[in-house]
Design a protein around this ligand. Structure first.
Ligand code: SF4
Ligand code: SF4
Length: 399
């Protein structure tokens, strides 16, 4: 296993254990199987374990396994505040104490604001006193490092990054998302500030293994490297020194052993031109299945009406390069549920964006097409209902 350092010089294994995909047994988690997998990882040097309040049964399972095996001092636990469920300061303590109890510990090593997508969400937390609360928990030693996990666009990521003295952050990043979400720009900005970056979705939820077009698979095979589809994804990430930990939701000992092998071999800065070129072919093959030739460059932004143009096009493309369901899911996550609405229907047709688009995309027309595909009737109702639920309290309090 190789290690990279956090903000305080602590060594973190470059492979982190994502605890959201433990195998189920009946209505719960197969704890004995999860224990075997976790202990295989620990014995191979993995020391970063990521869970969250809302992963069903995950915190409790991890807590039980850690206690049973007396490994609390050998590992770092990362878990997350369900910030979208928080409306007052008392709720902060309530959720945090419940998490400590589930995890059977008196402290969380890495604590994240879960799923921030825009600064408005962070502002809402600040309005209820989150920064004082964090300082207090850090003084008491029950939170060691504070960070946030992120699923919005690059501009908003940079704003949140600049707004607080974060110890770390977590972003979705993989070779297909190099210029979407926080993207390489966000990764490098965090690194420049000395903030470790934890990577989630390194294989886009398995899509870079299970949903690759034939041409992409052939390009990888033709390279002669003998790497698995997953290995290409992991090695591309480890090649970047700005990446600190790559999370993988492992649920078999074979997968743990294979991922540990890759994490012990892959080095930063070791990719050759030929390997980059192979991945360019893979990306090209994936993109050929796309609907809009948007590169995510963001020259069209900001839109005066707040439309997330590249975000909407990325999700529209994902409907065809991945699956319709996946594209709509990504849309709900990154555009549909931001506190400041960013829908295509907000477009007033001013045309400002089209003047700046190097790809000469008829953005206004394509936005309409994308919105019809991404938000057919039942999805539109669902997203509206979710928005009402998530943001009703903020409206009530004016936060
Ligand atoms: S045409 Fe629409 S999307 Fe483009 S800048 Fe104007 S309002 Fe925004
Ligand atoms: S300028 Fe064009 S290519 Fe760039 S993000 Fe906007 S729509 Fe996409």
């Amino acid at each position: 296993m190789q290690y990279r350092k956090d903000k305080n010089g602590q060594e973190l294994s470059i492979l982190g254990y994502g605890c959201m995909r433990f195998t189920k047994k009946g209505s719960g988690i197969d704890i004995n199987k999860a224990e075997k997998e976790i202990m295989t990882a620990v014995e191979s040097g993995v020391n970063y374990f990521d869970t969250a309040y809302i992963y069903p049964g995950s915190e409790a399972a991890l807590g039980e396994i850690v206690e049973r095996n007396h490994i609390r001092d050998r590992i770092r636990i990362a878990t997350k505040l369900p910030q979208y469920m928080i409306n007052n300061r008392n709720a902060l303590d309530r959720y945090f104490n419940e998490e400590l109890s589930r995890l059977r510990t008196d402290h969380v090593d890495y604590y994240l604001m879960h799923h921030l997508t825009d600064p408005a969400m962070w502002e809402k937390l600040k309005a209820i006193g989150i920064t004082d609360w964090i300082e207090k928990k850090k003084r008491e030693g029950s939170i060691r490092n504070i960070g946030f996990s992120y699923h919005g666009n690059t501009d908003n990521f940079l704003k949140i990054l600049e707004d607080y003295d974060w110890d770390f952050c977590q972003i979705q990043y993989n070779y297909l998302d190099e210029v979407s979400q926080a993207g390489v720009e966000g990764l490098k900005a965090a690194y420049a500030k000395g903030i470790p970056v934890i990577i989630m979705e390194p294989l886009r939820g398995g899509k870079l293994v299970n949903m690759l077009p034939t041409g992409a698979k052939e390009a990888m095979k033709a390279s002669g490297k003998g790497w698995s589809y997953a290995e290409w994804g992991f090695r591309w990430l480890y090649n970047q020194k700005e990446v600190t930990v790559v999370l993988s939701g492992m649920n078999s000992t074979d997968m743990v052993e294979e991922n540990c092998r890759i994490a012990s071999e892959a080095e930063a800065g070791s990719f050759t031109d030929k390997e980059f070129s192979t991945l360019q072919t893979v990306i090209k093959e994936i993109k050929e299945h796309e609907k809009v030739g948007c590169t995510g460059c963001r020259y069209c932004m900001p839109c005066p009406k707040g439309v997330d143009i590249p975000g909407i096009f990325r999700c529209y493309n994902a409907m065809y390069s991945e699956t319709k369901r996946e594209g709509r899911f990504q849309f709900a996550q990154t555009v549909g549920l931001t506190k400041e609405p960013a829908f295509a229907t907000q477009c007033i047709g001013c045309g400002k964006c089209e003047k700046h688009c190097p790809q000469q995309i008829p953005i206004r027309e394509k936005l309409k097409e994308a919105d019809r595909a991404l938000r057919p009737f039942p999805y539109r109702i669902g997203i509206n209902a979710a928005r009402k639920f998530m943001f009703r309290k903020s409206r009530e309090t004016g936060a």
